[in-house]
Design a binder for this molecule. Structure first.
Ligand SMILES: Cc1ncc(COP(=O)(O)O)c(C=O)c1O
Length: 383
């Protein structure tokens, strides 16, 4: 029986052709012509006139760049959900600041915007939102709060390339943002990321910080005749070899997203009867949000059922993993973070969540096999 993989990296048409071109060009480093081409194309696909961005080697790097730009000091606090990837919290903890966790919403599994205000203290500097499964957080409320308390808003948009909130693209809804092009994401170059920001001041400094703290960008643009060490930075840029691969994918970003959304809808329709019978909960997307079809997940009625179904699907050669283990319960979370208030949804939903295969090579027949197996198992166990 064919194994249905949970994920296979996306392939576009032109990666190999682009790679040949970049290899011959003799220009392989970061911030080169392919990176510029990608950023221009990204700006177009977002439907924006201009965007201040840099390609980085990962979303993790982009988040660390955001944390450097925030100039966090030891003991400063940054509010975020605990239901996220460790990179969101690492970026803050690396600066000796404290990730402060608030609960997630029951419907979208995104940060619960109604719990943020109670978590704000005189040490709070920023809020990091995570658009889980490519579904945007409630940014109007969050931005309003941030403005009132003079906090910065960072979007961890690792999963949200081409998602929209009230028609506006994810990654351009706060002060700064971080995207991922890891092999598990909708678009990928193996490992890769992007950073975007609203303020020109942040952007000027970001260019320096990501080039080992030097003004090499100014030098490459011919604005200065040599570059020197200007600030405390690191090396965050994506090589042009990777950018060449990414460019092929960005070129087809809309088609890739549309196909994922079709597959997402197939799951959603096929699983509706199980939700009607009260055996599962399907993902909920608010009407003002457009998802990018990054993840299709189910919420089972108990963690025991989730584990049993995951094993049964594996027995049927269908790979379905769970997702983030809440960070506040992880060993490093216990040492380096704190929670604000109770986290009842965070302590419940992730343990009942199961992700289903979703990738470009998946066929409608495969989805039928997955949903038939789930339906057969849950109906049998419920009878
Ligand atoms: C929410 C979130 N943030 C950050 C990351 C890290 O992305 P990268 O692997 O590009 O560093 C991931 C990766 O899965 C993620 O899901």
């Amino acid at each position: 029986m064919k194994t249905i993989a949970f994920n296979t990296p996306t392939c576009a048409d032109n990666e190999l052709q682009n790679l040949q071109e970049v290899m011959r060009s003799g220009r392989w480093g970061g911030g080169g012509p392919w990176a510029q081409r990608c950023l221009k194309r990204m700006t177009q696909t977002f439907g924006l006139q201009t965007a201040q961005g840099l390609l980085t080697h990962s979303c993790t790097a982009s988040l660390e760049l955001c944390a450097l730009l925030l100039e966090l000091n030891a003991g400063d606090e940054v509010i975020m959900p605990s239901f996220t990837f460790p990179s969101t919290a690492n970026a803050v903890a690396l600066r000796r600041a404290v990730p402060v966790f608030v609960d997630i919403r029951q419907d979208t599994l995104n940060i619960d915007e109604t719990r943020i205000e109670a978590a704000i203290t005189p040490r709070t500097r920023a809020i990091i939102v995570v658009h889980y499964a490519g579904v945007c957080c409630e940014m109007d409320t969050i931005n309003h709060l941030a403005q009132h308390y003079k906090l910065r808003v960072i979007e961890d948009a690792a999963q949200a390339y081409l998602s929209r909130y009230h028609g506006r693209p994810a990654g351009f809804l706060g002060d700064m943002s971080a995207f991922s092009f890891h092999e598990t994401k909708n678009l990928s170059c193996g490992e890769g990321g992007a950073f975007f920001c609203k303020s020109s001041e942040d952007f000027r400094r970001a260019e320096i910080l990501c080039e080992k703290g030097t003004n090499r960008h100014e030098f490459l643009r011919g604005e200065v005749d040599r570059y020197t060490w200007r600030d405390i930075g690191s090396t965050f840029l994506l090589s042009d070899i990777h950018a060449a691969v990414l460019d092929a994918q960005i070129q087809q970003a809309n088609a890739i997203t549309q196909r994922r959304l079709q597959l997402w809808q197939c799951y959603h329709q096929a699983l509706a009867p199980l939700e009607f019978q009260g055996l599962i909960r399907r993902p909920i997307i608010p009407p003002h949000v457009e998802s990018n079809g990054h993840i299709y997940y189910l919420i089972l009625n108990s963690s025991e059922l989730r584990d049993r179904l995951m094993q049964e699907l594996r027995n049927h050669h269908i790979n379905c993993p769970f997702h983030f283990i809440p960070l506040h319960s992880a060993p490093a979370g216990i040492r380096h973070t704190r929670t604000a208030g109770a986290l009842p949804q965070t302590e419940d939903l992730p343990y009942r969540l199961l992700r289903l295969p979703l990738h470009q090579q998946l066929l409608e027949n495969d989805i039928q096999r997955v949903t038939d197996t789930i339906t057969a198992c849950l109906s049998h166990w419920a009878s």
